[in-house]
Design a protein around this ligand. Sequence first.
Ligand SMILES: *Cc1c(COP(=O)(O)O)cnc(C)c1O
Length: 425
Amino acid sequence: MSNYTQNTLALHAGYDYDTQRTISVPIYQNTAYSFENLEQAAARFSLQELGNIYSRLTNPTNDVLARRLAAIEGGAFANVTSSGSAAVFYSLLNSAHSTDNILYSNKIYGGSQTLLSYVLPKRFGIQAKSFDIDNPASLEKLIDDKTKAIFFESLSNPQISIADTKAITDIAKKYGIITICDNTVATAFLHKPFDFGVDIVVYSLSKYVNGQGSTLGGAIIERENLNELIKNNPRYESFNTPDESYHGLVYADLPLPIFSIRIITEWLRNIGATLSAQSAWNLIQGLETLELRIQKHSQNALEVAKFLESHPKINSVFYPALQSNKYNNLLKKYFINSQASGLLSFEAQSYEEAKKICNEVKLFTIAANLGDSKSLLIHPASTTHSQLSKEELEIAGITPNTVRLSIGLESTSDLIDDLKQAIEK
Ligand SMILES: *Cc1c(COP(=O)(O)O)cnc(C)c1O
């Protein structure tokens, strides 16, 4: 299978047909699984034999989605979760304990920002320090013995900055620290973080993978040979010492992708942000057309960005595929065909102008989402990022004049006409 292109894998990987040989992946709407005998049950609980026990841990429909995601990403193993937020949270909990610390990019999704800057330190005792994603060298001086993960977004939402991934992973490798990259906005069809040294890729599948704004989901994917980094690495004692909560299991002794196995045995098992089989099926439908869609989203967004850039009442436009954009070189270095997905933002001339545009558009919908086939728009400072202080907003690169667009699959002539009438009203 792995010799096929990403697009072919998105249609076929991970499904070998069940006994009914259905072409569409079956929805296993099922809670528990029957064991052949008690010996088999015991072997599964002790991880001597891998197999289904209970759907909070694994489910055959979810497994097809997970295997397909791992295949198109070029990873070793994937787990799916009930949302992208759960995927981000579990990937961090799997790396760091209370008293440890995590380094995170200053330009990330609002929910992840609040998780890192407030929830983890205040509620879980995990410290987090932000670094300037535009100056990855600044990372190094923040690293100490307790640093367990470096978290960033390949193409950040909503600031639309592109990470210099290789520069970040080079530093992480020097210290043996796990890097976690949120690849939600780019998708594996525009950017493949594992090719640039990333260890863990996380997703909100609710965005481009679903593609129609119908289903929440998340994924955590680990690279090939990640065990080499974790085994006997003093930073990762939870993988190298007996786990009291799981019969004294030492994860590093398992001949399995241990980061992912512990996501199942510790976090899905005990906290349970499990994806439903119906949702997994919906997301499998989205994967089938993801390559086609992300290319069209990218083409449409570039046309809209060029229009906005040419409009005298728009102060600036942020879209990495524009020559004028400061991330254009990083886009060319890291992104397939230099395509930049459907997310763009612009600065209106004032807060009042930004508000007017949001309220006057007719085809765009005001919504806190991206990656839908329908075009959406949001005002981050008063919505998605309203929890942030003025200082945090500034660090995150958002002003009261910022409007964020998620360009859908409509005809660009209609999208441009709509924006033009709203701007000129
Ligand atoms: C939406 C989003 C998330 C959170 O995902 P949910 O599925 O909404 O929980 C995380 N990261 C990024 C970059 C996102 O855009």
